[in-house]
Design a protein around this ligand. Sequence first.
Ligand code: DX5
Ligand code: ZN
Length: 226
Amino acid sequence: MNKILLSTSILSANFSILGQEIKNVLKFGADMIHFDVMDNHYVPNLTFGPMVLKSIRNYNILNPIDVHIMAKPVDNLIPLFAQAGADFITIHPESTYHLNRTLNIIKDNGCKVGVAINPALSIDFIDDIIEKLDLVLIMSVDPGFSNQEFMTNTFKKINLIKKKVILSKRKIYISVDGGIKLNHINFLLKSGVNILVIGSYIFNNDPKFIIKKIKNLIFKFNKIKK
Ligand code: DX5
Ligand code: ZN
């Protein structure tokens, strides 16, 4: 779990040239792609489905993709995204009546299992499912939109989750998603985050320059940590 990964959320990409936008950020140094699925029911926004993921894979984009499903119901979507090429599938506990069963469906479809925790959701439920998890997605914004303000109470939540992950002795990625800008990164790294999910800060500026700055901060942090 040493390598700290940059996962670019494509919600702020230019969808008319999505494949090229993704190839660019990967070329500039992004490690993963964060694919935000929204259904205008669980969240008040609508994005893309498994066909778009499939076309990204057909465009020869092979890096890990974390499919963040903000949709309810969710169970029936899991096999579709797994077949379309998801590596991780991350769901919200509020989007299913039976969280244990839904996490089993993700695993049975050959994907790594992620659970997303909204800012107002207590983390207590994690204890009962931590043995199933490969990733915890800590939402630093309310889900549904990019370009929102990072919620600073996230840091407290990261520390609580970090303790649970260490106790579990499992290899579980701690990922933070929403509103992340350069000034948040050092604090996030010190808190023990493994994956930084960043969208608008990259795509709304000069992606090459911003990704370079982010990767530099990660490099410096790793150097000091050694
Ligand atoms: C919000 C999504 C996030 C968001 C991140 O519901 O889950 O992935 O798109 O984008 P920024 O970095 O713009 O907040
Ligand atoms: Zn997301």
